[in-house]
Design a protein around this ligand. Sequence first.
Ligand SMILES: [Mn+2]
Length: 215
Amino acid sequence: MRTIFIGDVHGCFKELEFLLDEVTFNKKKDRLIFVGDLINKGPYSKKVLDFVIDGDFECVLGNHELGFLKGLDHEKYRRKRFETLYEDMGKKRGKYISWMRSLPLYIEEKEFVCIHAGIEPNVELKKQIPEIATRVRTWGGDPMDLDNPDNPPWFEYYKEEKPIIFGHWAMKGLVLRDNAIGIDTGCVWGGKLTAFILESNEIIQVPALKQYLIP
Ligand SMILES: [Mn+2]
């Protein structure tokens, strides 16, 4: 059995299909885990959700799923980019929303931890909070300042052996450390969609079919 992690899909459904072909994904033999941010920015958010929900695959909460849910709950968090997906969901909206609400902040096993962005240093895993764990890139002690080039990446503080598999940092690209594997390689920005296979320590990638977003 293989454990296959997929980086931030952001609606890039075609690239996801190509990537699963490339890894010769076999539903009966492989465990498939998404690092979150299935939705927004790219063209086929609903198709990606259908694939993951109908296939009963695992996924951790990304900042985009969290933002979508916060927008439903509080008007002040509503963003234009969520409206298309909200409309696309149509009558089965309730199914998508309750699935999103059920997403765990992290998945932990003996062999790995999977979390969308990273962990707040010196805070145990079960005390991590969604606003940080789905957004942190760098850490300098201020939870409002999570992407500051003057501060070190969060994983510089992480000294345990158990590898953390994460996404969320397309600008950084692939991170391959002994205990931290970053697999957001910016597919939606015209980069690549990345899979990481835990048991064989393999990285498998497919290029984006186009640049869906321009910085
Ligand atoms: Mn993200």
